[in-house]
Design a protein around this ligand. Structure first.
Ligand code: ZN
Length: 411
């Protein structure tokens, strides 16, 4: 697509969108992608379609891991040429519009999509590939039923048999949503959180699990054989070749995200051997996993925004002093009762500090969970309370942003 082929309204909208984003950045209001996209779409409601046309697009959706997986996928697809991507998690159509407008014409686009908007963004961008990672409940008071979300996905994909679906074989909800698509590639990235998929979305029967396998006890729904599998510290590709995956991102979860990125890039014709060096250069994503040295402490930031991602963060964190910070502002969800769904026992054998607006809710939870802790008022107090060396920080959304601000908006 060249600008010459875009309708005049789309060209005007693109320019306005970029200008607004630049103004917003200059005013110090984040990266400007939401306001820029919003203005562009006001001028031309079809702007996202116009901007996506002529690009080979991959969409990445799911409850957890989509920002990281999008970043890794963009890196992998980058083997083939320039990739437009919404790397900072602005994952609704305004963010997509802005990301594509900002990059100008690129042959490829890899976009993170909020799971609620997947159908709409599929219609607008006509993707070549859609990657479905997982479905679990997000913030409690914003949650849609997980099964309802799976139904929305299923319906969205049913209207687009031309799309290649790359989906997680370990999540029954995802498998059910993707199983009707004629072109599906399955990956196995594990599922640590099972609480939201005990019941078969097809028949309502219980789902049983054993040794990584799962099956419905009342209908044929069961785990498909995956073509991409995490094994030890590497990934097996569809030909059966094993590739060592060296990442700077921590934990088994990110190995799964890398496997997903390789699977999506594979649909574009990228081979693992070409993509892997690029994956190993990804260090942190919008501050997530960022490491900052201060006063002899090596601080590492882990974002955990819902029960499933708290378990993942415990898996990523080293055996080191750990600061937990919880807020309950609008973006976090106002209800902290999800704390009771998370087992904090993995933290018992390390020094734990707590802070944030809702530190007292966390304190009660840890008390009952028999995890000793110390309460601190500020991030600086936390720093002073731990010895030199690693400090792991696990925080939910706005608490994470607060700490990032204290550390001068690390990326
Ligand atoms: Zn069933």
């Amino acid at each position: 697509m060249t600008d010459g082929k875009m309708p005049l309204r789309a060209i005007v909208a693109t320019t306005a969108s970029k200008t607004a984003a630049a103004l917003s950045r200059a005013a110090g209001r984040g990266d400007g992608s939401v306001i820029g996209g919003w203005i562009g779409l006001k001028i031309d409601p079809d702007l996202l379609s116009h901007l996506a046309s002529g690009r080979a697009v991959a969409l990445v959706s799911g409850t957890n891991g989509k920002t990281t997986t999008t970043r890794l996928t963009a890196a992998a697809v980058g083997v083939l040429g320039r990739v437009a991507t919404n790397g900072y998690g602005a994952n609704m159509p305004t963010g997509h519009t802005s990301a594509l407008a900002k990059e100008g014409h690129t042959p490829f686009a890899v976009l993170e999509v909020d799971e609620h908007y997947l159908a709409q963004v599929i219609d607008a961008t006509r993707p070549k590939v859609v990657a479905l990672l997982n479905l679990s409940r997000d913030q409690l008071d914003r949650a849609k039923e997980v099964a309802m979300m799976a139904q929305l996905w299923k319906t969205a994909l049913a209207g687009h048999p031309e799309i290649r679906v790359v989906a997680n074989a370990d999540d029954p909800m995802v498998v059910w949503a993707a199983a009707g698509s004629p072109q599906t590639t399955w990956f196995s990235a594990g599922q640590r959180w099972h609480d939201d998929s005990f019941v078969c979305p097809e028949s309502g029967h219980p789902i049983e699990r054993a040794n990584g396998d799962w099956w419905c006890t009342g209908c044929p729904l069961r785990r498909p054989v995956p073509q991409w599998v995490v094994e030890e510290d590497g990934v097996i590709d569809p030909r059966g070749d094993w590739h060592l995956v060296k990442l700077q991102l921590p934990g088994k979860v990110n190995l799964g995200n890398a496997a997903t990125a390789l699977a999506v890039a594979g649909e574009f014709g990228v081979r693992p051997i070409e993509a892997l060096p690029r994956l190993s250069r990804v260090t942190s994503i919008a501050g997530r996993y960022a490491q900052v040295d201060r006063d002899g402490r090596n601080i590492r930031l882990l974002l955990a925004k819902n029960p499933a991602s708290w378990l993942e963060a415990f898996d990523m964190a080293d055996q080191a002093p750990t600061l937990l910070s919880i807020n309950a502002r609008d973006p976090d969800g106002l209800d902290t009762s999800w704390l009771w769904d998370v087992d904090f026992a993995p933290l018992r054998d390390r020094p734990v500090l707590i802070t944030g607006d809702r530190a007292y809710d966390l304190a009660v939870r840890l008390e009952v969970n028999r995890v000793p802790f110390q309460h601190v008022q500020t991030f600086d107090q936390a720093l002073a309370a731990v010895p030199p060396g690693r400090l792991e920080v696990i925080a939910n959304y706005t608490a994470f942003q607060d700490i990032r601000a204290v550390l001068d908006r690390v990326n």
